[in-house]
Design a protein around this ligand. Sequence first.
Ligand code: FMN
Length: 188
Amino acid sequence: MILVAYASRHGATREIAEAVAEALHGQAVPAHEVESLDGYEAVVLGAALYIGRPCGEARRFLRTHRRALSERPVAVFGSGPLKLDDAEVESSRRQLERALARFPELRLVAVDVFGGVLRPAELRFPFNRMREGDARDWDAIRAWAEHVGGLLREPALSSASWASARRAPEVARATRAGAAGGGRRTRP
Ligand SMILES: Cc1cc2nc3c(=O)[nH]c(=O)nc-3n(C[C@H](O)[C@H](O)[C@H](O)COP(=O)(O)O)c2cc1C
């Protein structure tokens, strides 16, 4: 069973996590409700990005389950940019990767960023002046989930190959390309 844990303040990341969980035949659970990773063979963490980093609930999840996470393959997605141009997506990706670098023991099979959602009506001043938007690409999200599901379930990957995957950024790029399916909006 694959756990899909998510840290979401306004629901956008939760909805992505639910789509990912559906594709993986897994469960989407709020990160703060996860008491133990026992019984899960792999973990997907979905993290909303706020003010330059994953929100506190995601960072707490990584700290709380640090040891258990290091014992299973993990995939992480961030939810953030409101436009899917390369500069915005790369900036959000760097925010996510910077936070994950504090956990070098993680067996990461994929780290990717999907578009986010902004609903000004739910936000306080001055953020309620921001432009409304939803940059989520559901085809790309489902393609990513299918692809990552294969990687998370891959029994042949030993600890040694996880370690080398971490050292080889082209593995992450291949993961993104595999999930892309063509077209720019499909490369969140
Ligand atoms: C105050 C505020 C700050 C934000 N900061 C970032 C940021 O630093 N990086 C980013 O990629 N997205 C940022 N976003 C966009 C959110 O990540 C996006 O709205 C996300 O989909 C929210 O997920 P949630 O609905 O699950 O909380 C910010 C949004 C708000 C309202």
